[in-house]
Structure formats: C-alpha cells, structure tokens
Design a protein around this ligand. Structure first.
Ligand code: PRX
Length: 648
C-alpha cells in the first residue's frame, strides 16, 4: 500500500447537499433502495433509455468471469449518440463547443455532427473497413477525434484510440496487438504554443510490420508532412462523401472499442469493451453523477479522448444524453495560467470534471488565476483518476466552486468502463477526499487477504463482487491473462488493484494501487514497462522503478539503475536515459529522477523490494530489510547515493 496516502481516511468533515440542489437533482434518494431490490431489473430500466433496434431477451448471462449483458439486444452506438437527437428534434442543439489552443473555435450542432459522422462512416466503408475490423485513432483533441470514433462504431469497427503523447514504439505495439487495418490521425495538434507532430510519429511506427492499409489524415496544424500512397487527407476523402448513411444495428455484445492500459507486466493490456452494457452504464452514470440537464448545462470534461475518461465522459455518455460540451485542444497554461478559467467564463460552463493533478497545479500557480475570471456559472465539480487529498478537495470547492458546488469524487478504471463509486449530488453528504459509496446497481467490498470483508474502520483491498454492465469483457487476444489478472487473487471476485479503507461511518477511501502500477497525473504506468525501456538502453544492465510521492502529480517516476560493465556515470547519462524512455514509451513515462546504484534490493526469490527503494526515493529512513537476500544492499545503495551527491 502506498504509505504516502495513509493519512487519507482521517478526515471527518462532511458537506451535506443543499436543499436547492437536492430539490432539482436527477437522482432521488430512493434510487439506492430501488436498485438493491432487484439490480438486474434496475439495469434493465437504465438500458431502456437507449434506443434498441431489437430489445434484449435476457438482462445478464453470467458465466463467471465472463458476462453478457442485454443478451439478444441490438443497437448502434453512434445512432444513440447522434441520430436520435436529430430525429427527436434536438438537431439544433450544440454538441461541441470546440476551443483550439491558438484561440480558434468551432461550434458543432447535433445535426452537423450527424452529417460528419455519416460522411466519415461512408469514407471508412470506401476504405474497406467492415464490422469487426479494428481502427487505430491517434489524434489531437479536436472534434474529428470524436467523429472518427463514432464513425467506427457506426460501421461496427472497434476503435483503439492511442493517446497522442505515446511514442512511435508504443503506437506500433498497439497497432500490432489489435491488428488494426487503418490509422486515423492528424498532421499534428497544437500544444504548449507549438505544433506537436502526429503524422510523423505514425510514419515512424508504420516502419514496423503491420496490416495497416491506409492512414487517414486530418489537416489541423498545416505543418509539413510526408505523404505516401497509403495516406489520404480527410478533406479529400471524408468531405466528398454522401451525408446519407443508415446505422446498422449490432449485437449488444458487439465489440465497441479496445483501450490499452498498463498492467504489472511490460506489455499493455488491450481492455475490450462491448456495446449495450457499456453505453447503458456510461450514460446512466453521466446523467446521475453529473446531474446533467441537457437543455441548460454546459458540461466540460477536460480528459483527452486517449483515455477511458475521454471515451465515457466526452464521447459516449454526454452525447447519448444530448449534452452541450466544451472540448479544448491544448494545455492549461497556454497562453496563460488562467486558460481553463477563461474558457469556463467564455462558455458559462456549469459542470466541470477534471483530475486532482490539475487541481493541485492550480493551487500551486495561485488563486489569482481563477480569481481573474467569473466562475459563478459552475454548479457541480467532479474529480477522477487518483485519490484527491482533502486540501485539494477543499480548495477546489472554495476557489473554483465558490463554496457552492457539490463535488463528486468518482472512482473507476479503464476496466470498469464507467463510474463505480461516487457520491450522488443532491443525496450524499460528502467528505473531502472520499469517493463515499458504490453507485446504485453496483456492489463493492473491502476485503482482507483471505477475502473476508473488513468492517467499518478497517482497510484492505477493493473488490467488486457482482458483474456490472460496463465491465471489460476481456483483454484483447489474451483470455487467460484476463482471468489471471482480475479474477484469480480472490475467488469469484474482481480485484481492481486498489487498496481501500472504510471509515467509521462506512464511507470508502481509495488509497492508491497495491500492485506495481504507478499513477502519475492520473495516468497508469507500470514499473515494469519503464524498467524494460531502461534496460533496452545500451548503458543499462538492470533497473528498478518506483512511484514516489509527488506534490503535484500524485506519484513521480524514480528509477534506480545499474550500469553495464565499463560504462561510466557521466553527466549526460541521466538526460540520455530520460530521452530514451520518452522515445520508447512517451513523455508521460519520463522519470523525474534516475539514480545510479551498484546493487538492487532483492528478496531471496529475486523479487525487487520496491518498498525499500520508495523509502530512498522519498528520503525516508529505510524500513525493514530483513527479507533481503543480502541485507547489506540498502546500506550500499544509501552510501553510494550519498557519495554521488558529494561529487555533485
Ligand atoms: O488507482 C485507481 C485510480 O486510477 C486507476 C484507474 O486508472 P485508469 O484505468 O487509467 O482510469 C483512470 C480514470 C477512470 C484506479 O485503479 N483512480 C481512478 N479514480 C480514482 C482513483 N483513485 C482514487 N480515487 C479516484 N477517484
């Protein structure tokens, strides 16, 4: 368990919902009881809010650990997200308020979005993309990213969105694993005041062996790009298509997307999601957790579409619910540190969903930035991706929310597909730093090593003890790994990898990962993945990586490396190693610090004791080292590092 977070769960202040909020809230207090009575009937009712071309015969078929939801039902994700609004008379409503980093903006109504999605679907068909194919999407945060996803869903191809910050090698590995036949990208995107290349990285990736037949390229930045016969400009192909396209109905269990996430090994897992259950839970949670009033609200989730939050709470959830939402291409400090607040004021944003790392960054930058703008339109705030410390929670509430907005701290994962644990605004009295309790229809437990439930006041492992509609259906191409990773630690229970605690009132506190997965700025990175990138560098013999507490990013990557014989630790080495990791995985995996050591602490069975290295990385006294194969190792490491510092 991450010791750095052990102070969580001691906070007992409570913020009850205001009467005004409660009176208008989408969720009513009896929702928990109704769901408890018959959770399958409850989910059936939520599924009925979608449009089904054919209704399901059975809500759930559970052959543990394999689930099928809404068996026999047929629907189309893009029809539910777009067509439906136009057909039911909401076509003039704005779907996207797009804000580019350089200051350009575009408004896209549901009618316009429908035309674009249909044209893109026709373009995909012309490129030979069929139901069951996989399409890789490597895009900046521009409307075409969502259009591409919806077009894939429309023709039944599974999209695999790869975050634009990943390297060519990471992109290639994902293209190969999913065996994608098309890549959709852009020349580049605007970030931090410059044009970040994307197409060039796709070209680099595709030097590897793949079955990619075409690359469809949106012109965004206008930067120069190499073009081959394989490449097609979006404006040459998509813009010329017919705007007629009838959405076909697919089976409820038809694959909707694959999204790769880090596990405890070097190879990322292709988390596979299907259609009916995923859309049911994404749209239900979006409606009740964010209390969306689609006619009035301006919703903004700051996540990139490259992450699960962007899938469920930028694309599918909000669009199915007919939301009007902001999407922003760039970084929060370009051209100034008040950029996000400026956009909130410009559009009158009412619901903001973001990550603790950004909240802590804002705290560091100072209150003068939010205070320069009118944020009074906000009525609800959300947090996701990592535990939010009570100080950041309180600051978020006071400075951003004018002490007047409920905060929903939402716990979930790429694997869960949608929010699982969160307060419901208007119902739950919230405690700063606690995600409070499982949503209606969801059941979670905190258990000890022997899978026994801990009572109030106890801590242990968070598990999910019942299937849920948006659960992952597997790991792409690796059914055994699916069982092994999630269902083998505790018999019949889904083990999420997180530690948790129940306080004396039964409120849930998430305490971070208990496995070798780090959480840097809300992004999952496996220690093994970074270690294997490091040892692929010519100078490195061995590496061990830990996530050390970091005030802003939650955790930061600290690496301990052993050099190969004959290699000297010169000044350039650290830089060269950091660049190497960036090249291998992407900038999000760049270590904050690299320490050269002569030994690594290992148990007799050869397992690296990261706990001890974390002590060093966090400048603490080194804990119990008696299980080390060589108990002197920690002394050697500490002394070596001290003498290194002296040499500096
Ligand atoms: O450790 C938990 C943390 O993020 C992990 C899931 O990461 P990912 O699949 O990338 O999805 C992030 C966005 C949903 C979890 O295992 N996590 C996520 N939300 C919270 C959280 N930890 C504490 N509190 C949260 N609200």
């Amino acid at each position: 368990m991450n010791e750095a977070l052990s102070n969580l769960g001691n906070e007992n202040r409570s913020f009850p919902p205001s009467k005004e909020f409660a009176a208008q809230a989408n969720a009513k207090p009896d929702i928990y009881e109704m769901a408890d009575k018959d959770y399958l009937a409850f989910w059936g009712r939520q599924a009925s809010n979608l449009y089904w071309h054919r209704k399901w015969d059975q809500v759930l078929d559970w052959q543990s650990p394999f689930a099928k939801w809404f068996v026999g039902g047929k629907l189309n994700a893009s029809y539910n997200a777009v067509d439906r609004h136009v057909l039911e008379g909401r076509g003039d409503r704005v779907a996207f308020l797009f804000e580019g980093e350089p200051g350009d903006s575009r408004q896209i109504t549901y009618s316009q979005l429908l035309i674009e999605v249909k044209k893109c679907a026709n373009a995909l068909a012309q490129l030979g993309i069929r139901s069951g194919d996989r399409v890789a999407i490597y895009m900046p945060m521009i409307p075409e990213a969502a259009i591409a996803m919806l077009a894939c869903a429309r023709v039944g191809a599974a999209h695999s969105v790869v975050f634009g910050g990943f390297s060519a090698d990471s992109l290639l590995a994902r293209i190969q694993d999913a065996d994608a036949s098309l890549v959709i990208t852009a020349d580049g995107g605007f970030r931090k005041g410059g044009a970040l290349a994307l197409k060039a990285i796709v070209d680099e990736a595709l030097k590897g062996k793949t079955h990619v037949k075409n690359v469809l390229v949106v012109r965004r930045t206008g930067q120069e790009v190499a073009f081959s016969d394989r490449d097609i400009w979006w404006h040459d192909l998509v813009d010329k298509q017919s705007s007629d396209h009838e959405a076909q109905a697919f089976d409820s269990e038809h694959p909707l997307f694959i999204l790769y996430t880090s596990g405890t090994t070097a190879k990322p897992k292709g988390i596979s999601h299907t259609t009916g259950g995923y859309l049911t839970q994404a749209s239900f949670t979006h409606r009740v957790v964010f209390d969306l009033k689609p006619e009035k609200d301006i919703y903004w989730c700051t996540a990139d579409v490259g992450w699960i939050t962007g899938h469920s709470y930028v694309v599918y959830g909000p669009l199915i619910n007919g939301a009007t939402q902001v999407i922003y291409e760039g970084t929060p400090d370009t051209p100034h540190k008040g950029r996000i607040f400026e956009i909130i004021e410009k559009y009158g944003v009412t619901i903001l969903y973001t990550a603790p790392t950004l909240i802590r960054t804002w705290m560091k930058w100072g209150d003068e930035h939010p205070n320069r703008f009118n944020l009074k339109s906000l009525r609800l705030l959300g947090s996701v991706g990592e535990p939010i410390n009570p100080e950041a929670w309180i600051w978020y509430r006071k400075v951003i929310g004018s002490d007047n907005c409920p905060i929903v701290d939402t716990w979930w994962q790429t694997e869960t597909g949608a929010i699982m644990i969160s307060p419901l605004p208007g119902i739950t009295a919230t405690k700063p730093g606690s995600a409070m309790r499982a949503l209606p229809g969801i059941s979670v437990k905190v258990v000890d090593n022997e899978a026994r439930e801990v009572g109030n006041g106890g801590g242990g492992y968070l598990v999910i003890d019942r299937p849920w509609p948006s659960m992952l259906r597997g790991i792409w191409g690796e059914p055994e790994r699916y069982k092994q990773t999630y269902w083998s630690r505790f018999d019949g229970l889904y083990f999420a990898g997180d530690g948790a605690k129940l306080d004396n009132d039964g409120a849930l506190w998430l305490l971070g990962r208990v496995d070798d997965v780090m959480n840097v700025s809300g992004h999952r990175i496996s220690t093994t993945e970074v270690e294997s990138a490091l040892v692929s560098h010519a100078s490195i013999a061995e590496a061990a990586v830990v996530g050390a507490k970091d005030e802003i990013t939650g955790q930061a990557i600290v690496a301990f490396v052993i050099l190969r014989g004959g290699v000297a630790a010169d000044k350039d080495l650290e830089q060269s190693l950091k660049s190497h990791v960036t090249k291998e995985i992407g900038a999000i995996a760049r270590p904050r610090q690299i320490m050269v050591v002569s030994e690594l602490p290992k148990t007799r069975s050869g397992k690296i004791m990261r706990r001890l290295l974390r002590d060093v990385a966090e400048n603490r006294a080194v804990g119990d080292a008696t299980t080390l194969a060589d108990p002197n190792v920690m002394k050697l490491i500490s002394e070596g590092l001290k003498s290194e510092k002296r040499e500096d």
